[in-house]
Design a protein around this ligand. Structure first.
Ligand code: AHM
Ligand code: MG
Length: 344
């Protein structure tokens, strides 16, 4: 049959995210079907946000600020609100996720109709890198899935404050760049998918991504040098004075991490004089990315211990972040340890 479509290309086009989850879990059981459906809904959220971003300059009320401040004391953008609501909407009437917690909401959001059967919690940052939205540069969404323990009757999500990041069932990000990419892990490797706009599906691009052990990139906002600890300044001076390093910083963590996952290096958002815990939030920014990067053979640390061992003190807890290739993260940690040794 000379005109037959090569079987491998058809198979590749049919390796959608939902199917991949079932393959990963090696099961067609109810739990596997639930996780597959959850990832399908997250993918739908990604498609809706990607569509909105691609048309943002053409429609009213997509760009700019709302005039409100969020729980973090940051100005809220219209796209933050839209993306936050998208994640809630895709899980309504799904029977999947009972509770969602995000950067944009002070308290968790409940979808009561899902709760009798859907014992999952979705933690997410709807738009990572919001400052890039109005200038048409890359942004992302970050997500993690956890099992809800207990009934959370007071709605304070105390169970989330008793767990480390190791209890995450799945985590990942969606990168809205020239193409829309979804990268996720269920705790068995890291896998990437490209959105095929003609199909409206995320199609498998690469399985079992491994981060380089060492890489040239260091990614940090060096405008904060004046308010960093001496240890971080030591590290920065080190890379300035040695061959083989190159700086890349996009203002959107997801984009910077995606580059480092592929090319190797380290992303740093240390504590500052103004914010000793740094800027980034543990439950829906740093812990999901730590889970993903560790699954790819990388390392994520708050400077002293693995980020996945941290237990949040509150829902919107911040933490310093050093993440990327294992050798590069260890190098940053060695500067921190050296300063601690000298001061003790
Ligand atoms: P956001 O979720 O409000 O956009 O904040 C997170 C972002 C990260 O994507 C990025 O790495 C960092 O904030 C940039 O912050 P800064 O402008 O302080 O360098
Ligand atoms: Mg954000």
């Amino acid at each position: 049959m000379p005109n037959a479509i090569p079987e491998h290309s058809l198979d590749r086009d049919c390796t959608t995210l939902a199917r991949h989850v079932l393959q990963q879990l090696q099961s067609f059981g109810a739990d596997a079907q639930d996780l597959s459906a959850i990832m399908g809904r997250i993918a739908l959220a990604g498609k809706l946000i990607a569509r909105r971003l691609s048309r943002a300059g053409l429609v009213d009320d997509a760009l700019g600020f709302t005039g409100e401040m969020n729980v973090q004391g940051e100005s809220v953008k219209k796209m933050d609100v839209y993306a936050n609501e998208v994640f809630i909407s895709v899980f309504k009437q799904s029977g999947l996720v009972c509770r969602l917690a995000s950067e944009e909401m002070e308290k968790p959001y409940y979808i009561p109709e899902n709760c009798p059967i859907g014992r999952y919690t979705l933690l997410y940052d709807p738009i990572d890198g919001s400052s890039n939205v109005d200038i048409n540069l890359n942004v992302g969404s970050i997500f993690a899935i956890r099992q809800q323990s207990g009934d959370d009757l007071d709605g304070e999500a105390q169970d989330l404050l008793q767990q480390t990041g190791r209890t995450q069932i799945a985590a990942g990000y969606i990168l809205y760049g020239p193409a829309t990419i979804l990268v996720y892990s269920l705790g068995a490797g890291v896998h990437s998918f490209f959105l095929d706009p003609s199909l409206g599906e995320f199609i498998l691009a690469q399985e079992n991504i491994r981060i380089p052990v060492h890489g040239p990139i260091y990614s940090a906002n060096e405008g904060n040098f004046w308010q960093w600890d001496e240890a971080i300044r030591d590290y920065t001076r080190y890379v300035h004075r040695h061959e083989g390093y190159t700086a890349r910083y996009s203002g959107a963590l997801v984009g910077d991490i995606h580059r480092i996952l592929t090319q190797g290096g380290v992303f740093l958002y240390p504590g500052t004089a103004k914010n000793p815990e740094g800027k980034l939030r543990l439950l829906y920014e740093t812990a999901p990315l730590a889970f993903l990067v560790e699954q790819a053979g990388g390392k994520a640390s708050d400077g002293r211990q693995s980020l996945l061992d941290l237990i949040p003190g509150r829902l919107h807890q911040r933490t310093p972040l050093f993440i990327g290739s294992p050798e590069d993260v260890s190098l940053v940690e060695s500067f921190i340890q050296e300063r601690e040794r000298r001061s003790s």
